[in-house]
Design a protein around this ligand. Structure first.
Ligand SMILES: Nc1ncnc2c1ncn2[C@@H]1O[C@H](COP(=O)(O)OP(=O)(O)OP(=O)(O)O)[C@@H](O)[C@H]1O
Ligand SMILES: [Mg+2]
Length: 289
């Protein structure tokens, strides 16, 4: 369904260039959930927005991004717009960034739905109400509210509801639970799990919380400074992490210590090549040949 091959992304800001993603390769087969874990600044959000082909004018992208056999990099903006929302949707890291503060939640819904379906506003509103219920939001007055009138958890849930409203085959969730209290985090995780169980939507879940990833994903990708450090089946990564960096991550989870502290203490450079150590389990190491 999604195949990322040797992806390199350089951000352009005026004359300043920054090579943010280095030779990223992975795939998300149909119906699978893949999780990406990595510290702040490792390039997770840039990866998500590059898959969605956003901010194209500010990025140089090389490598392949193939979605259902289409090369996303080669699609025109018009063709991409047809895919976004409809076939692939992104839940952004900052919910406020996705909402226009002067537009009601209801209008956000109907705009998204009507952009892709030829239906009346009334039908779109009815569809929006169904979507709210699907995510346990039973108060229809939500549709009349403005984004700032909702709590963070509520807004996050609305964002998932909007993203899922057209039943995309791929959902990218960039830190869907960060900035939420623990109870709300668990609820959002439950919603995402439920969504996956009922629709078999493929998902990419991004987080810097290994617990979140381990809970949802069948495969884990560990990223640092724009490179993949290790990737493999979730159980392998949790039980037999090979790279010292991943070992620290897993140990930190068991010790319930904060990722931030751990990162501060990890000052080794990530070098070497990704090599397969077990079936489907890849780790970056120095070549032994
Ligand atoms: N608009 C931008 N202009 C310049 N640099 C940027 C921009 N967006 C991201 N970067 C840089 O790209 C790198 C990757 O950023 P990105 O936001 O993808 O990290 P992240 O892994 O999502 O971090 P976080 O966990 O904090 O969300 C960082 O070094 C960041 O400073
Ligand atoms: Mg991010």
């Amino acid at each position: 369904m999604l195949a990322v091959e040797n992806l390199n992304v350089t951000l352009r800001n005026g004359h300043v260039e920054k090579h943010v993603l280095h030779n990223i390769s992975f795939s998300i087969p149909k119906g699978k959930v893949v999780g990406i874990i990595g510290e702040s600044g490792s390039g997770k959000s840039v990866l998500c927005t590059t898959i969605m082909q956003l901010f194209r004018e500010k990025r140089t992208v090389t490598g392949n991004l193939s979605f259902n056999g289409m090369s996303l990099v080669e699609l025109s903006e018009k063709e991409m717009r047809k895919l976004r929302g409809n076939e692939m949707a992104l839940i952004m890291q900052n919910p406020m960034a996705m909402f226009n503060p002067i537009v009601t939640i209801g209008e956000h819904f109907t705009e998204t739905i009507q952009a892709h379906r030829k239906i009346t506003k009334k039908q779109a509103t009815a569809h929006a109400k169904e979507q709210l219920k699907r995510f346990q939001l039973f108060d229809e007055n939500i549709l009349k509210k403005y984004p700032h009138e909702l709590s963070g958890g509520m807004l996050q849930r609305v964002m998932i509801a909007i993203a899922a409203s057209l039943n995309p085959s791929l959902l990218l969730a960039d830190e869907p639970t960060t900035a939420l209290d623990t109870t709300t985090q668990l609820e959002i995780l439950k919603e995402l799990k439920q969504l996956h169980a009922t629709t078999e939507m493929s998902m990419l879940i991004v987080s810097h919380d290994l617990g979140v990833i381990a809970n949802l994903a069948e495969e884990i990708i560990v990223m640092r400074h724009g490179v993949i450090v290790e990737k493999g089946p979730t159980s392998h990564i949790l039980q037999h992490p090979r790279h010292r960096y991943s070992q620290r991550l897993v140990a930190a989870r068991d010790e319930h210590s904060q990722l931030a502290d751990l990162i501060d203490r990890f000052d080794e450079e990530i070098t070497g090549e990704l090599m397969q150590c077990d079936p489907g389990h890849w780790v970056r190491m120095e070549g032994s040949a």
